[in-house]
Structures are given as structure tokens and as C-alpha cells.
Ligand binder design. Structure first.
Ligand code: NAD
Length: 458
């Protein structure tokens, strides 16, 4: 296994040195090939995701493959522009000559994916990585073994390994990959493993982008459109059974509207997945036993307001709402990453904002209010990766919005042009003319030169 990894790694280093993906034509060819092999293998990819956690073909297309196809189309349309050498002002002090920025690939790139949206998170970042001209190794999560195998099966026979290759495996191969001197590492996963990745990357001074998680709050104000808030929160929380990095982790709702909101929320949950989610094709299972047990340990029976039913043998946990929750409760300590929704009521929004300022900076935040003043205040006062006003999740689906965290929820971002920039080194070059050289910078320094430099530079 390690030998195969070394072999592919060395091939990719050589390929990078030979400038294999410097021609934009070749990069576009790779993107079109990726779209083609994914489209040709849709049935296989959808079957694999169903085997991993019971996700329907519709959902896996809508929340995974569609986003990849959208990224590919947008990139193909704009690559010439994004990758163009840029002219920048040169300045009189540097006369004669010109200054240019050359967008360049980093070289060979490692992408480590999480299991919860396996295609979107492993193959999605490969789109900007290839577009920027890098050779790419993707390491999907071993926790979703069928989708991991499907990606290897679809990518490896269709792409030259020196350009794009999928390496499967768990912690050992990943740690081996992390020990190699890649030119860039792009990691999606937990904050805990993100720290290990950054430590390993530091050994080789490899730049990292870390797409991590966190507890993303959802705040509902009395002046919100309550029915719409309930609809959009119900969808965003229980999509993928809450196993979404930007799912609303918990809801903060004003005491005055709490009961009304909760009734509307239950109505919307049942509208989406019926009164018995066990029978719904729109409701997925928990990825493995370890996560199932972790979630059950957070489920305080005395606080269940709705749901709570679970079946260990099926790794099934019904959509569950918990009330009378306190900030000190175990469920409020770490990202939940499952279909449990704690609801905390509040009286004073300013107090809520002060509390949120003391917590680790989350990947997302959702605010439901019609007050423009409060919208502005929350955007200005709180630090979080990104989010929505009066919606959940959907900011991830607009490739014109950079996606990424801040602080404990990550560093760096991608999607659209931002993804291209994430995988690009901007090489600055000054090209000088040789027919003239002003004597100002050379000693001996005189009073006149001192005066002149002040006039030139300001
Ligand atoms: P994880 O951190 O356990 O695993 C992610 C990857 O790291 C996997 O490929 C895994 O093989 C590898 N890995 C695990 N342990 C390792 C170790 N000790 N050394 C080296 N590599 C190791 O995360 P997960 O369970 O797959 O995903 C869930 C987490 O990811 C949640 O916190 C979620 O919020 C976060 N997430 C973030 C985003 C985002 O875009 N920001 C998207 C999805 C998930």
C-alpha cells in the first residue's frame, strides 16, 4: 500500500515538474473527462451511497453530484479569465519595465475528504485543484467504504495516475500521505483531525486549507416569518439525518414564540418525511455504530420534546427535538452531527449575541428575522464561516460565495473562482528593461538622492 502511494506520489512530482497541466486545454480536457466519467457511472455512484447510509438517488444527485457538475461548468466557462497573466501598475520608480502576476499551480496536491457528503467533499475540491493545474491525489473517508471504492473504481482506470488518482484507506495510509512533501493539502473533516493534519504539514511547510466543523447556531426572532423559518430549519437540520457540516446544530428561539415555532417545526418535519421516518426514502441512517452510540449518549430522555425513537440494529435515530436545554448540557459541548436538535429559549437577543461571542467560531450561522438592523448587527458582531439570513445550508450551493470556516471551524475557502485561487500560487514577476538604469538606489547616497526618493515614493 505505502509503496503504491510512493509510486503515485513520485509520478505526480515528475509530472508537475514537466508542466503536464500547464496548458489550459489539457486542464479543461481533464474537467470534461471528470464530468463524463461521473455521468456515465451515475447508477454505480448512487448505489454506493445508498449502501453507505441509505441516501436516495435524488438526494445524492441534488446535494453532491449536481454541485460538482455546476463547479465544472462554471470553471470551464471562466478558466481562461481566472488563469490569465495579470498586468499590474509598475510605477515610475521601477522604470523601465513592467509587472505581471502569473497564476501558477502549487504542484502536487493532497485532498482528504470526509464521509458525510463523500463525492462533494472528495471530488468537489479536485475540480479547482485540476483547473489550477495541479496533479491530485484524493483520499476519501474509509468510513463510507462503498463510496470510497466507487470513486477509486470510477477515477483510477480513466485518468493517468500522474495527474489524478484516488487512494483508499484509513488512518495509516493517511498518515503516510501526510508525511510526504505535497505542495498543498486540502482537508475536510473534524477539528481534532484538522489539527493533526496541520501539524504534519508543518514538517514540510506545506500550506493547508482546513474545512472543519463546529456548532452552527440558528437564531429565531419574534419578527421572523415563522412558518418559513420552521420549514427551512426542518429541512436543513434533518437533511442527511443531521450529518451535515453546516447543519443548524441548535436553535435559539425567543421565549414568546417558542411553542408556536416548535409546533410549526414538527409540522414541517412530518411534511418532509412523514410521521414514520423509518419508512421515508428521504431519511438516511447514521453512518456507523460509534456515531450512533455517541448520539444516543447525548439523548437525555427527560428533555425529549419530539421524536427520540431509535433502533440500534438499523442505526436509525428519528428526528428529535430537545427542550429545556442548558448551555452546560453535554449536548451543547461539541458538534452534534446527527438528528438531535436542542432548542434553547431566550429573552434578550443582545445577551444571546454576547454569549455567542464567547464560543468557538462556527462554520455557519443562521438568523431568522425581518429586522435589517439586526441582520447587519449580527453580520458585524459575530465571527463565523458563512451563513444565511432567513434560510439554512443554501449558501453552500452558490459557487460565487466562498465557502470555508474561521478559527476552530477552519482556514481558507473554496468554490468557484475562490477555489481556483485556493489551489493557485500567484507568482509576481518584474520584467526590467536594460536600456536605462536610474542611479538613485546606488551609493554614494547624497542629500539630493534622499530628497528625490521622498518625491518618488511619497
Ligand atoms: P474525520 O476528521 O474523522 O475524518 C476526515 C478524514 O481524516 C478521513 O478521510 C479520515 O480517514 C482521516 N483521518 C481520521 N483520523 C485520522 C488521523 N488520526 N490521522 C490522519 N487522518 C485521519 O471527520 P469525519 O468523521 O469524516 O467528518 C465529520 C467532521 O467533518 C465533522 O466535524 C464535520 O463538521 C466536518 N465536515 C466539515 C466540512 C466542511 O466543508 N467544512 C464538510 C463535511 C464535514
Amino acid at each position: 500500500m505505502m509503496q503504491t502511494i510512493n509510486l503515485v506520489f513520485n509520478k505526480q512530482k515528475e509530472a508537475c515538474n514537466s508542466g503536464i497541466l500547464m496548458p489550459l486545454k489539457k486542464r479543461k480536457q481533464m474537467l470534461r473527462l471528470l464530468r463524463k466519467v461521473l455521468k456515465n457511472n451515475l447508477a454505480l455512484l448512487e448505489e454506493a451511497i445508498y449502501k453507505d447510509f441509505g441516501k436516495s438517488a435524488f438526494e445524492s444527485y441534488a446535494t453532491e453530484l449536481a454541485l460538482i457538475f455546476k463547479e465544472i461548468s462554471l470553471t470551464l466557462e471562466n478558466l481562461d479569465d481566472w488563469a490569465a497573466v495579470r498586468k499590474v501598475p509598475h510605477g515610475l520608480a521601477h522604470f523601465p519595465g513592467r509587472s505581471r502576476i502569473y497564476p501558477e499551480p502549487y504542484g502536487n496536491v493532497l485532498i482528504i475528504g470526509a464521509w458525510n457528503y463523500p463525492y462533494q467533499l472528495s471530488l468537489g475540491p479536485a475540480v479547482p485543484a485540476l483547473a489550477a493545474g495541479n496533479c491530485v491525489i484524493v483520499k476519501p473517508s474509509e468510513l463510507a467504504p462503498h463510496t470510497s471504492a466507487a470513486m477509486a473504481q470510477v477515477i483510477n482506470p480513466n485518468f493517468p495516475p500522474e495527474i489524478f488518482h484516488v487512494v483508499e484507506g484509513g488512518i495509516d495510509p493517511t498518515q503516510h500521505l501526510l508525511s510526504l512533501p505535497f505542495n498543498k493539502i486540502f482537508f475536510t473533516g473534524s477539528t481534532r483531525v484538522g489539527k493533526l493534519v496541520m501539524k504534519a504539514a508543518a514538517e514540510n511547510l506545506t500550506p493547508v486549507t482546513l474545512e472543519l466543523g463546529g456548532k452552527s447556531p440558528c437564531i429565531v426572532l419574534p419578527d421572523a416569518h415563522l412558518k418559513m423559518a420552521a420549514k427551512r430549519i426542518a429541512w436543513g437540520k434533518f437533511l442527511n439525518a443531521g450529518q451535515t457540516c453546516i447543519a443548524p446544530d441548535y436553535v435559539l428561539v425567543h421565549r414568546k414564540i417558542k411553542e408556536d415555532f416548535l409546533q410549526k417545526l414538527i409540522h414541517e418535519i412530518e411534511k418532509n418525511i412523514g410521521p414514520d421516518p423509518l419508512k421515508s426514502e428521504a431519511y438516511v441512517r447514521i453512518i456507523n455504530e460509534r456515531n450512533f452510540n455517541r448520539l444516543i449518549s447525548l439523548l437525555d430522555p427527560s428533555k425529549i420534546y419530539y421524536g427520540g425513537k431509535n433502533i440500534a440494529s438499523e442505526r436509525y435515530i428519528a428526528p428529535t427535538i430537545l427542550t429545556e436545554v442548558a448551555w452546560e448540557d453535554p449536548i451543547m459541548q461539541d458538534e452534534i452531527f446527527g438528528p438531535l436538535l436542542p432548542v434553547i429559549e431566550y429573552d434578550d437577543i443582545e445577551e444571546v449575541l454576547r454569549k455567542l461571542q464567547t464560543l468557538p467560531q462556527p462554520l455557519a450561522l443562521y438568523l431568522f428575522t425581518s429586522s435589517k438592523k439586526l441582520q447587519k448587527e449580527v453580520i458585524q458582531k459575530l465571527k463565523f464561516g458563512g451563513g444565511c439570513i432567513n434560510d439554512t445550508i443554501m449558501h453552500i450551493a452558490n459557487p460565487h460565495l466562498p465557502f470555508g470556516g474561521i478559527g476552530a471551524s477552519g482556514m481558507g475557502s473554496y468554490h468557484g473562482e475562490d477555489g481556483f485561487r485556493t489551489f493557485t500560487h500567484f507568482k509576481s514577476i518584474m520584467i526590467k528593461g536594460t536600456w536605462f538604469e536610474p542611479p538613485v538606489k546606488y551609493p554614494p547616497y547624497s542629500k539630493f538622492k534622499h530628497w528625490l526618493i521622498q518625491q518618488l515614493v511619497g
